[in-house]
Design a binder for this molecule. Structure first.
Ligand code: ITT
Length: 191
């Protein structure tokens, strides 16, 4: 089976992507290839940060690689936390990040939000970009224990449950990451 490196340290993201690419690609993450650094994400866009991660692997390991940068954009918070999603409250603690969003939105009737993923796929040193977005709303309290990050407060449009109440298979059908990944797979099929 063809191998692809997914430049992430996030085990939840690795599991989601492995499940989505099962049978098609063997997905290796940064730990699997012995890349133990936290690649600096210093760009000010999702696209820029995804590209920093994928290029790092190409430069230092000479392997084809993709990376995603993703996050939550809340309309009433000027699209924050955005690229700062992983450390919105100062650390990588998901609960603290969630509480920060809920506190800043308290009493605000506009609960509109979206998850966004941008994938950078580096193939033969060429960068290919794929984007996925899912619209939804922010609940007033946490619900569910599956998934990761902001899943317990994000309710996708058209659903009555949060991402954290969905099975991974169900989330993988509709999520921002799934949408971007599907575009990448279509592209890979065509080459
Ligand atoms: P890598 O950079 O190592 O891939 P990361 O966790 O830092 O892992 P991102 O830079 O893409 O990943 O940060 C995205 C943050 O946005 C992530 O830590 C979560 O807090 C949030 N996030 C992204 N996708 C999510 C999802 O599907 N469900 C819930 N939260 C998500």
């Amino acid at each position: 089976m063809r191998k692809l490196v997914f430049a992430t340290n996030n085990q939840h993201k690795t599991e989601e992507i492995r499940a989505a690419l099962e049978g098609k690609y063997e997905v290796l993450n940064l730990e699997d290839i012995g890349c133990l650094v936290d690649i600096p994400e210093t760009a000010d866009t999702f696209e820029g940060n995804a590209t920093l991660k994928s290029s790092y692997v190409v430069k230092h390991f000479h392997l084809d690689c993709f990376a995603d940068d993703s996050g939550l954009e809340v309309e009433a918070l000027n699209n924050e936390p955005g690229i700062y999603s992983a450390r919105y409250a100062g650390s990588r603690d998901s609960l603290e990040n969630i509480q920060m969003v809920l506190a800043r939105l308290e009493g605000n009737p506009n609960r509109k939000a979206r998850f966004k993923t941008v994938i950078s796929l580096m193939l033969n040193s060429q960068n290919h970009i794929f984007e996925g977005i899912i619209e939804g709303t922010i609940r007033t309290a946490l619900s569910g224990s599956k998934g990761f990050g902001y899943d317990p407060i994000f309710q996708p449009a058209g659903y009555e449950i949060t991402f954290a109440e969905m099975d991974m298979a169900e989330k993988n059908k509709i999520s921002h990451r799934a949408i971007a990944l599907k575009k990448m797979l279509e592209f890979l099929k065509g080459i």
